[in-house]
Design a protein around this ligand. Structure first.
Ligand code: 9MJ
Length: 723
């Protein structure tokens, strides 16, 4: 930053002009509003201190950016005002200090007009696009954007598509010429619905409702605008024929009149008395902000009495009789310091952004959970980047975008690590199931990564041991959640000279009575509930003996229970049973290849992948070896490789396009029923499933006289099997 005020002012002017252009002309804000406001404040302060630095083209001297060339220019007969903004000093101790700017605003009016506690029209400050509507003899004739306040763009045909803008005024008594101003906005629900549809059809989604409104109004094709769910609220009215006059005497009454003529006015618009009334309104609307059907970024106070407004007049281009009181910003920019991977209890790897702490809507944010690797790639987040953090109301903070202009040199795209940061096992990619219906499985967007070190990863230890001990797994009675918590957190286990926590299920089989009494002692000490009897040296050992018995009993088990107890992702009891039957012994299961596993009727490709990844981890194999060494055993059996599905022994060929199912899904389902799905038609084929566009395979099937199913028949058949 340059020290020289003239240089700094020039820098600020250039920077603000660029942001202005991007925001108003390109509808692509490059920095959050709060950053823009801060730059503007700095420039205003510099120019106030050094008036000689003020230039004609300074952004402090106008309202917006120049109009884009795509639309005809409209000169506003009555300039479109901008409002001065008031921001809270959130570090202030009391309301007077926190709302000092509002206090000054009210006092100035009171002093100038010799009033106390004047009446204000109070309105929500919509976050949309300001426009001006001209009516002649009750008919809508022209609509324009604000542009720079003096000149805007003629967007009449686009505005005609906005359903809440009256094309003809209702009632009577309107002046021959009327200019109504207000905000075009996109209601939140409409924005969500629009984006959901756009996402589905692969079209571009809108960044936020404000961008949505601005972009929609700038469409060159009004039919395009008509597709966007825009709405309008009126908040000002002028008489172009007699610009020195107002409509009636009070602004609140003029708004009521506009309502009668058919204009929508925000239902939250009201009146309030004096400073206290304004602050009460600000708080009331602030509380309702997240529940309003539209986005607002503050409230607006306007002296209600028009005569008073005329007396107060203007400074620069902003009125002295009105002010916008902004809510603390919901978006802030900050630096992305790191992306760390957290491993959850079940092994799910979640990336978390570590940020330089920043205040967002009144709360300090330093960590933001990211959805998945795809989100990081889509936003192209890189370490050292400046990012925009958004926190709206109760919503969890999120990173909405990277500021490309602020990217330091030499950054690299972020790569999801291959290995678990806690235990170094391989992270495997999985698709999370959103819902499962008869028609098939619906997956969540993007892939998730999961640590495959289930048996030994410290992050997953509790869950792994809990599952291992479960009734339907190793059935260790008495080994429940709280004891497991203590076991993996307290150093109760004597290991040579030192003591340590339980690390894996294999450790269970080495436990001795005094380990468990030590565990009980440490647990009671931690919770501060050591009974008197224990203090006196009497340790009850009954529960410990029972637990040791239960552990002992679990040593003799079955292969299917043992396989289930390992906690391999997606290997439930029935898959464990299928594996046990198919292979007969553990070594064969551990050595099985993907293809061998996929031959089992109950095992699809995803589950097969999980099994292979699990046994590929040396640490998992070590824990299994330790369990066996500790005497955990089961009877082996002869492999029983009989496919049991209804399609066992049948060969099926899929051809053409299927609509309700993908090819892979159809294949998986048929295989689950025991079928072998083959790529080519031969005499051995039992039947062919053909969708539209089927070619030579269908011909061949006809030649061989094979049975041919359409997709409907397949779906019917599958539904029958699963019902
Ligand atoms: C918004 N944005 O909701 C004004 N505004 O009045 C309201 N803007 C305004 N009033 C004069 N409610 C200039 C701008």
């Amino acid at each position: 930053m340059s020290r020289n005020p003239a240089q700094r002012a020039a820098e600020l002017r250039a920077e603000l002009a660029e942001h202005n252009y991007r925001y108003h002309v390109l509808d692509d804000a490059s920095i959050p509003d709060a950053d823009y406001d801060a730059l503007m404040c700095e420039l205003v302060a510099l120019e106030t201190e050094h008036p000689e630095l003020q230039t004609e083209d300074s952004p402090t001297q106008r309202v917006g950016a120049t109009a884009s060339r795509d639309f005809a220019e409209v000169v506003h007969d009555i300039p479109m005002l901008s409002l001065n903004n008031a921001f809270d000093d959130t570090s202030a101790e009391d309301d007077a200090a926190r709302f000092a700017t509002i206090g000054d605003f009210v006092r100035r009016i009171e002093n100038t007009l010799g009033l106390s506690e004047p009446e204000f029209s109070v309105e929500p400050k919509l976050d949309g696009l300001a426009i001006s509507l001209r009516y002649e003899n009750g008919l809508f004739v022209r609509g324009a954007t604000r542009g720079d306040g003096a000149k805007g763009e003629d967007v009449t045909s686009n505005l005609r598509t906005v359903k809440t803008i009256p094309l003809r005024l209702r009632g009577s008594g309107w002046p021959a010429q009327l200019e109504v101003r207000g905000e075009v906005y996109m209601p939140r629900a409409a924005f969500e619905a629009y984006n959901a549809k756009a996402r589905e059809s692969g079209e571009k989604v809108l960044a936020n409702p404000r961008n949505g409104a601005a972009g929609s109004l700038r469409q060159k094709d009004a039919q395009e605008t008509a597709k966007r769910p825009l709405a309008f609220y009126a908040y000002a009215v002028y008489l172009p024929a007699t610009p020195e006059q107002n409509l009636g005497e009070r602004h609140s009454a003029a708004l009521a009149q506009l309502r009668d003529w058919g204009f929508p006015v925000a239902p939250e618009a009201s009146t309030a008395q004096g400073f206290a009334g304004l602050i009460a309104y600000y708080r009331r609307i602030g509380e309702r902000r997240d529940h309003l059907p539209y986005d607002i970024d503050g409230v607006v106070y306007k002296l209600d009495d028009y005569a008073g407004q005329r007396t107060m007049g203007f400074v620069s281009r902003a009125p002295r009789w009105a002010i916008a009181h902004k809510f603390p910003a919901q978006e802030q920019s900050t630096e992305l310091l790191d992306i760390e991977i957290q491993i959850g209890r079940t092994g799910a790897a979640t990336p978390v952004a570590r940020l330089r702490p920043v205040q967002v809507a009144g709360v300090t944010v330093s960590n933001v959970t990211l959805h998945n690797a795809d989100q990081i790639a889509r936003l192209d987040m890189r370490l050292g980047d400046w990012v925009i953090v958004r926190r709206a109301g109760d919503v969890i903070p999120e990173i909405v975008k990277v500021i490309p202009e602020k990217r330091p040199a030499g950054t690299q795209p972020w790569q999801f690590p291959d290995r678990c940061p806690v235990c170094d096992a391989v992270l495997v990619r999985v698709q999370k199931v959103k819902k499962q219906t008869k028609a098939g499985i619906e997956y969540e967007e993007g892939v998730a990564l999961v640590c495959s070190g289930g048996l030994f990863c410290p992050a997953q230890r509790k869950e792994a041991i809990f599952h291992f001990a479960a009734r339907r797994a190793m059935d260790i009675e008495g080994l429940g959640g709280e004891i497991i918590d203590d076991m993996v957190e307290l150093p109760f286990l004597r290991d040579g000279e030192a003591s340590r926590c339980l690390r894996s299920p294999a450790d269970l089989y080495a436990l001795r009575l005094d380990d468990l009494t030590e565990l009980r002692r440490l647990g009671q000490e931690r919770s501060g509930s050591v009974p008197e009897t224990v203090k006196k040296g009497k340790v009850p050992t009954r529960w410990a003996e029972n637990l040791l018995d239960a552990i002992e009993k679990s040593r003799s088990t079955t292969l299917e229970r043992f396989l289930f107890a390992l906690g391999i992702r997606d290997v439930g009891e029935s898959t464990a049973k299928a594996l046990a039957r198919w292979f007969g012994n553990l070594d064969a299961v551990m050595a099985a290849t993907l293809d061998e596993l996929r031959a089992i009727p109950d095992v699809g490709p995803v589950v097969a992948g999980r099994i292979v990844a699990f046994f590929a981890e040396t640490h998992n194999r070590d824990v299994i070896a330790a369990l066996r060494a500790a005497g955990v055993q089961w009877p082996d059996a002869e492999p029983q490789r009989i496919a049991q599905g209804v399609l066992a022994g049948k060969t099926v060929v899929l051809t053409g396009t299927l609509e309700a199912l993908s090819r892979d899904e159809a294949k998986e389902k048929l295989e689950a029923l025991g079928a072998k799905v083959s790529g080519s038609v031969s005499k051995k084929t039992d039947f062919v499933v053909a969708g539209p566009g089927a070619g030579s395979k269908l011909e061949k099937a006809a030649e061989l006289g094979l049975e041919v199913w359409d997709e409907e028949r397949l779906l019917g058949f599958l539904a029958e099997q699963s019902s």
